[in-house]
Write a protein that binds this ligand. Sequence first.
Ligand code: GDP
Length: 296
Amino acid sequence: MVLAQLGGSISRAIQQMSNATIIDEKVLNECLNEITRALLQSDVQFKLVRDMQTNIKKIVNLDDLAAGHNKRRIIQQAIFNELCKMLDPGKPSFTPKKGKTSVIMFVGLQGSGKTTTCTKYAYYHQKKGWKPALVCADTFRAGAFDQLKQNATKAKIPFYGSYTESDPVRIAVEGVDRFKKENCDLIIVDTSGRHKQEAALFEEMRQVSEATKPDLVIFVMDSSIGQAAFDQAQAFKQSVAVGAVIVTKMDGHAKGGGALSAVAATKSPVIFIGTGEHMDEFEVFDVKPFVSRLLG
Ligand code: GDP
């Protein structure tokens, strides 16, 4: 189910409930079951959906609601809050400060949109007056450095990489050192992505992280990854200190559920979403407006 449809299904379920003359346990259960179905079809992990349902039932104790209270509003609010809670791990991610050097490391599977997202992130900050720089520590994929170089050149962002050096740790350290000397305030390190979770990828990522000591590790996830999102995100989190998530390809046939799962698995907030292939198709992610839109 694509994101827009998810929003439609949830609002329909709430609307149907609102149309009932009396809202009793049966009506509430029907509404929650409808929402559960919609979330599962959108690839939200089963456990998350089940927890949400239990929480809403706990909050909305129909018997306890004194007569005269607006039950619909209370239920609607509970659904809104639960969805927000699923997307909000409760603590903000590290936020870099303009003028003060921060090292940001990007991790994710190959094809997730990592390299594209590195440039988008750099470009976004550059437009706001930052001095970003890009380091290509992806020595695995042929063409990775060329791709980063091309993107960086187009956006006029300084970059560092090598066609000959095969040790990603070495490149990462050299790049970060160079840009620290050049007083860049946002040093972005792009790491290798592989087709699937490989022990070697995780070990390499861990080493790059240890050597460059990033202030923030951003996990980049393709929104179309589906039910695999939770396990993917968790596998990355177990190897490096993921502190934020960027969900890509939210244009097109994006399923929203993966984002919820990634937040749950990494206990980190989504900070941006990618909405297209172009450099400026990149949006700050805010939980409440997102959920409001979802609920129509
Ligand atoms: P990497 O292997 O993770 O570094 O992935 P790339 O950055 O090379 O991206 C893989 C493909 O996804 C490329 O064709 C990108 O143009 C495309 N891509 C990246 N982000 C987005 C996005 O937000 N929306 C769409 N539609 N395509 C994207």
